[in-house]
Ligand binder design. Structure first.
Ligand SMILES: Cc1ncc(COP(=O)(O)O)c(C=O)c1O
Length: 152
């Protein structure tokens, strides 16, 4: 018996009718950018994450790169990211010239996210060298979104 790591069709199946109705509505409206669903998504995502604002972007890779740019991550920086993640996590870090450093997630119950509060300056320097420093936030992406305590 084969158990796939990710089964996209199984994720889509229970949402198919709802999604296709929305796709039809959006395609029919001709409003593909910044429509009412875009703003509703931002509000729902913020409520889910327990933060005041979110920004909807076109794809997951852009979301990671935008966060890296906002934090001025670049050559010489190391970014701690989950070991159990999609390729794009490390790809985005490398795209900005930084080095991904993989860490295990603390708990599956916590939805595979890394928590910035769990990394002390001491443990980072032991792994990465004296040039390493903690930032106010760390890039913390997983296959599923986590709660506010797991995100910067
Ligand atoms: C954890 C994670 N990060 C980033 C991405 C990249 O997203 P996209 O393919 O939308 O750029 C994915 C995509 O599945 C993902 O699972």
């Amino acid at each position: 018996m084969q158990i796939p790591l990710v089964d996209v069709k199984a994720q889509y199946a229970p949402l198919q009718a709802e999604l296709e109705a929305r796709f039809r509505e959006i395609l029919g409206s001709g409003q593909f950018i910044r429509g009412p669903h875009y703003y509703a998504f931002q509000e729902e995502a913020a409520a889910f994450l327990g933060v005041s604002k979110t920004i909807g972007v076109g794809n997951g890779t852009d979301a990671i790169v935008i966060v890296l740019d906002a934090m001025e991550i670049g050559p010489g920086d190391e970014v701690i990211c989950p070991a159990f993640t999609f390729y794009a996590t490390a790809e985005s870090i490398a795209r900005r010239g930084a080095t991904p450093v993989f860490a295990d997630s603390a708990s599956l119950r916590k939805m595979n996210c890394l928590s910035p509060g769990r990394f002390s300056q001491k443990s980072i320097v032991e792994r990465s060298g004296p040039a390493a420093r903690t930032r106010g936030a760390s890039v913390s992406f997983s296959a599923r979104a986590g709660r506010s305590s797991d995100h910067a």
